[in-house]
Design a protein around this ligand. Structure first.
Ligand code: SF4
Ligand code: SF4
Length: 151
């Protein structure tokens, strides 16, 4: 399992039947620990170069699943309380209200089921090298063009 999701139990669940009613009581608010943002499907070297810059930042991952490409930011919502409950439950956003615990992050890590998942610069760089024959040459080309423009 990757470090995408840390499975942290908050109570001893031995001998306790987990139901939809009590499931969240035994979870460290995994679904409140990240955000995703849908991306335009990257196709060009430039688009992947931008993703490379983004994934170079701590906690920023990129994945592709059956719905498309997404940026994932591993940052806990500031309203998660010490007991892992929502501190603004009455006014929480719609997306939080729509989220079901039927088949959620507690059951399946975020990266499971993705077609592609990149957690680091190196992972995405290696993918791009396979995808684009001239991937490494892009930097050389860029620098040559800039030098020419400055002549
Ligand atoms: S919905 Fe799932 S991930 Fe979210 S708090 Fe409940 S059990 Fe945890
Ligand atoms: S607003 Fe509440 S339910 Fe929504 S992500 Fe934050 S803590 Fe979770």
């Amino acid at each position: 399992m990757s470090d995408t999701v840390q499975f942290i139990e908050t109570q001893d669940i031995t001998d306790i039947e987990i139901t939809s009613e009590n499931k969240c009581d035994f979870c460290s608010a995994l679904c409140c620990s990240y955000i995703t943002q849908e991306l335009d499907t990257p196709r060009t070297m430039h688009a992947f170069d931008v993703l490379l810059w983004q994934v170079a930042h701590k906690g920023i991952h990129v994945f592709k699943d059956g719905n498309g490409w997404y940026l994932l930011s591993m940052n806990k919502c500031e309203f998660v309380m010490p007991d892992n409950r929502c501190g603004i439950y009455e006014t929480r956003p719609m997306i939080c209200r729509e989220h079901s615990n039927a088949a959620c992050e507690r059951d399946v890590p975020i990266d499971e089921g993705c077609d592609l998942y990149f957690q680091t610069f190196e992972e995405l760089d290696n993918y791009c090298r396979k995808r684009f024959k001239t991937w490494d040459k892009r930097l050389e080309k860029f620098e040559a063009e800039r030098a020419k423009a400055n002549d």
